[in-house]
Design a protein around this ligand. Structure first.
Ligand code: UDP
Ligand code: MG
Length: 331
């Protein structure tokens, strides 16, 4: 028998339709892996209810009564996917040897877990699940998602192409990840920063088994913007370069204006003046906006508010552990 304890961390937000379908699939995978002697029978499926407004938490509670392998924690309110995954990982880190985070909608191939666990036994501390195909995504989703990875890379963020949040993380890496105290979290960029030996396994992404996506274009754009500004200061550098170019052009403009005035043809020029004014005004506002975004992030970071608050659990934890929780936000 293997004594590697696996926690499958599953963030859930308004997933009453799909949870009853996918929960047994997660448990089935745990049983398969236990039978294959790859993980311990003490492994668990840990659901993180991200402040759902439907019956998701009730479903998780009844699942946990049905089978001890199902456990759940409940966030005090909706905080978003990244915070929910982090809450689950931090909850799991003191109880297990490895975690695998996965969405609860069945889009990511659950059977890829076996390969992930094999890679862990082969010495890897982080195993990224990478989508080999995106056939089932619409052209628009595929295009925006892939452009996002390219843009992030170009901006200096180190991310694994076509990898979302389906990944295996060992306890050792989790302990180090716990020291990354930032409040603006973008796990896809943070995990590669922790380092350690890593690899990827490939799987085909399918359609949601039920329910609807919670990531409309607006949320996707926000995630992309957050990802870039959390991982890199390249946008600010670009502003500096842009500033240099505009300053050089302005210098030429000044020369042109002075020479023009000496030659006596300065009356015409309303159009050029207006264009220059609009151009400079636009660029300045844009630059201020981007810099402001970073200032805003600093503002949020200095507050150091807790990144998640767990209001309920389907199981009891010792009193000391409960008191340790706020330490997460201490700097
Ligand atoms: N999710 C969450 N909090 C949110 C939004 C989503 O925990 O505020 C969870 C959701 O339940 C799912 C995962 O994050 O397990 C991914 O969401 P979804 O499938 O809607 O996104 P998509 O796959 O369409 O990008
Ligand atoms: Mg999904």
């Amino acid at each position: 028998m293997n004594d590697t304890i696996l926690y499958i961390v599953v963030p859930c937000y308004n997933e009453e339709k799909v949870l009853p379908i996918t929960a047994p699939m997660f448990l089935g995978e745990i049983n398969t892996l236990v039978e294959a002697g790859k993980i311990s029978p003490d492994s668990r499926v840990l659901f993180v209810n991200d402040g759902s407004k439907d019956k998701t938490w009730e479903i998780i509670q009844s699942l946990s009564k049905e089978d001890p392998h199902y456990i759940g924690i409940c966030q005090s309110r909706n905080r978003g996917h990244q915070n929910a995954v982090l809450a689950g990982l931090m909850e799991a880190k003191d109880h297990c040897d490895i975690t695998i985070s996965i969405d609860c909608d069945g889009q990511d191939d659950i059977s890829a877990m076996e390969q992930m666990v094999d890679e862990y036994h082969g010495g890897c501390e982080v195993v990224y699940g990478v989508r080999s195909r995106r056939d089932t995504d619409t052209f628009f989703k595929r295009f925006t998602a892939e452009s996002f990875y390219h843009l992030l890379k170009w901006m200096g963020g180190e991310v694994v192409f076509n990898h979302a949040d389906y990944r295996l993380i060992s306890n050792r890496v989790l302990q180090e990840l716990a020291n990354f105290k930032e409040v603006n979290i973008f796990l896809r960029g943070m995990v590669p920063l922790v380092g350690f030996k890593s690899t990827s396994v490939y799987y085909a992404r399918t359609e949601r088994l039920a329910g609807e996506s919670h990531y409309p274009l607006k949320k996707m754009l926000m995630l992309a913007f957050d990802g870039i500004t959390s991982l890199s200061v390249k946008p600010i550098r670009l502003i500096t370069s842009l500033g240099l170019i505009v300053a050089a052009l302005s210098f030429l403009g000044i020369l042109w204006a002075v020479i023009g005035s000496f030659l006596g043809n300065t009356v015409s020029g309303w159009a050029s003046t207006t264009c220059i004014l609009c151009f400079l005004g636009g660029i300045q506002l844009l630059s201020l906006g981007i810099i402001g975004e970073y200032v805003g992030k600093i503002y949020l970071e200095t507050k150091a508010r807790p990144r998640y608050i767990i209001s309920e659990r389907t199981y009891d934890i010792p009193e000391e552990a409960r008191q340790k929780e706020p330490a997460l936000s201490e700097k």
